[in-house]
Design a protein around this ligand. Structure first.
Ligand code: UDP
Ligand code: MG
Length: 312
């Protein structure tokens, strides 16, 4: 059995040594390769990766991006060079204990009907606000998307080779990995785990980034928000129609004066707001199509260590 472990790393110079040490300890009885993907780090991550490569050339491989392309691009790059029977994706920050890799491997060997194992975090160890937002995100996403997402399912996963091949074939530029993992299908087993504290440094997914990531996920995996325009438009037209009839009756039959300015302002502002909102939603989809149409690569590599240069 051969295992590839993909470790996306962005400004993780305080974690590289420990994650390498812990993975080495845990995987000692397995044939494995550690594929570190330096996602355009601006600290000493790449230097640290070169150090561990020089100490452990048998197991360590490094891909380094020309700039920060995001975790999903890093996972994609790692998968593009992976060709082992099993592939695992794990964070570099020790929040996901490498010991679970063995549990995943044991489980999938015993249950060959599964093709993918996703580690699910029950959020118990996460901060209240983050936990709350993640819950809401999954509620909205599941309501809008045809794919079903398990709340708390992380990117900490094990894949069989056929799943990796299917994922690499998807050439999308907006790579919302969790969505793609669900989209390709296959049998997924959800295994629960406890998330640990970050060993060093701080999370790259601050509130704003997390929010924009969540919106990207919704736009990538659902077109339902576009239908919103039709629904809102129909409801407002109906209300307007009823109101017109009422006004006509009042003026023609009862000869009443129609009081104007304030109510007209309210309606104009409300409709203007709704129109801009709907335009914004349409804009999000057009922007995504535009990015896909340009067909730029998902990432650009600067250095490849431990592989032949033409691997990518
Ligand atoms: N990461 C990455 N590129 C980025 C942001 C994050 O490769 O642009 C990596 C990061 O180095 C870590 C993993 O993705 O190994 C998860 O990031 P982080 O721990 O910041 O996220 P959180 O655990 O807080 O969701
Ligand atoms: Mg983390």
């Amino acid at each position: 059995m051969k295992l590839d472990v993909i470790i996306p790393s962005y400004n993780e110079d305080g974690n590289i040594e420990i994650i390498h040490k812990e993975l080495t300890k845990v995987l000692k009885d397995i044939k494995y390769t550690l594929i570190f993907v330096d996602d355009g780090s601006t600290d000493h991550t790449l230097a640290k990766l070169k150090d561990i490569y020089n100490k452990d050339k048998r197991h360590v491989r490094v891909l380094s991006f020309s700039r920060n392309f995001g975790k999903d691009a890093a996972i994609y790059a790692g998968m593009s060079v992976s060709n082992a029977e099993y592939t695992v994706v794990i964070d570099a920050d020790m929040q996901q204990n490498p010991k679970y890799i063995i549990e995943m491997l044991e489980y999938i060997e015993k249950h060959p009907e599964y093709d993918q194992i996703a580690m699910v975090n029950n959020y118990e160890n996460e901060k209240g606000s983050k936990r709350f937002l993640k819950r809401i995100f999954y509620k909205i996403l599941n309501r809008l998307s045809e794919q079903k997402f398990v709340a708390g399912a992380s990117d900490f996963r094990l894949f069989k080779k056929n799943v990796v091949k299917a994922l690499v074939k998807i050439g999308e530029k907006n790579r919302f990995s969790k969505g793609l993992f669900a989209w390709v299908g296959f049998n997924t087993y959800y295994m629960s785990y406890e998330i640990d504290e970050r060993y060093s440094g701080e999370s790259k997914f601050k509130f704003r980034k997390q929010l924009s990531y969540a919106l990207d996920g919704i736009v990538s995996f659902s077109t339902k928000p576009l239908k919103l325009a039709t629904i809102i438009g129909s409801i407002i037209s109906l209300i307007a129609f009823i109101y017109i009839i009422e006004i006509l009756l009042e003026t023609i039959i009862f000869g009443k004066d129609i009081p104007g300015y304030a109510s007209i302002m309210c309606v104009v502002l409300l409709l203007g707001g709704i129109q801009l909102l709907v335009l914004g939603i349409i804009g999000e989809y057009i922007a995504k199509s535009y990015i896909e149409a340009k067909d730029r690569p998902v990432y650009v590599t600067k250095e490849v260590i431990g592989y032949d240069d033409d691997i990518l």
